[in-house]
Design a protein around this ligand. Structure first.
Ligand code: AP5
Length: 208
């Protein structure tokens, strides 16, 4: 199964993806995680991307698209994937369609995790992320429950950057909901509920 996860920053895309990956072994392709790894490694890409990420703006398409194209070629992605944070604008969506067509692969579902902005601001302000594996949890957890790594607050989870990320989402990414509705593959889950309830609905919507 090949899935695109849509939703505002902090909607719970990563949280739901982590569960699907653990239960069904799909490849989790998170452009945010890939970019943060590049920043941590201080690679050329990471150095170029960091300023955009810290400002809550989209990293230029040419950087992100190459990253995703390469990741889609890896063996685990051929067994099914969850794209989390990509595509983020119409140009990325069109390139993805074309790339998957060339690979002979179809997208099965674009799943929108829908959460109100006021809930999102609270969630992101108190989110902590594992430095080693990217696992997320709410503040108060010092060690990662998955790998024991240090939990830290992402630079872009500060209030002023959260506001910019939400604006970027509204302007650039939200129109993709219509794009995928037009392709007949859009499904939607109410993400403003207990994580387990959301996950049960996600599985049901995906027919799992
Ligand atoms: P990215 O890392 O993709 O960030 P995002 O889309 O803003 O998404 P988040 O990771 O913040 O949120 P999420 O929906 O995964 O929520 P989570 O599950 O963690 O991107 C970061 C930056 O990289 C971008 O701003 C951009 O600069 C760049 N970038 C990335 N992709 C790009 C692209 N394609 N093109 C250009 N630039 C790109 O949950 C949030 C919190 O809520 C957690 O603490 C979690 O524990 C909690 N939570 C989750 N679900 C629930 C629930 N049901 N109830 C209560 N709490 C919950």
């Amino acid at each position: 199964m090949n899935i695109v996860l849509l939703g505002a920053p902090g909607a719970g895309k990563g949280t739901q993806a982590q569960r699907l990956v653990a239960e069904y072994g799909l490849a989790h392709i998170s452009t945010g995680d890939l970019l943060r790894a590049a920043v941590k490694a201080q690679s050329k890409l990471g150095k170029e991307a960091k300023g955009y990420m810290d400002a809550g703006r989209l990293v230029p398409d040419k950087l992100v698209i190459n990253l995703v194209k390469e990741r889609l070629q890896e063996d685990d992605a051929k067994r099914g994937f969850i794209l989390d944070g990509f595509p983020r604008n119409s140009q990325q969506a069109v390139v993805l369609d074309s790339e998957l067509k060339d690979m002979g692969i179809d997208l099965d579902v674009a799943l929108l995790v829908d959460v109100r902005p006021e809930v999102i601001i609270n969630r992101l302000s108190s989110r902590r992320t594992c430095r080693e594996c990217g696992y997320t949890a709410q503040a108060g957890v010092d060690a990662c429950p998955r790998c024991g790594g240090e939990m830290y607050q992402r630079d872009d989870d500060k209030p002023e950057t959260i506001a910019q990320r939400l604006e970027t989402y509204g302007n650039k990414t939200a129109p993709l909901v219509e794009y995928y509705a037009g392709h007949g593959i859009l499904k939607q889950v109410d993400g403003d509920r207990d994580v387990n309830e959301v996950y049960a609905d996600v599985k049901s919507l995906l027919g799992l």
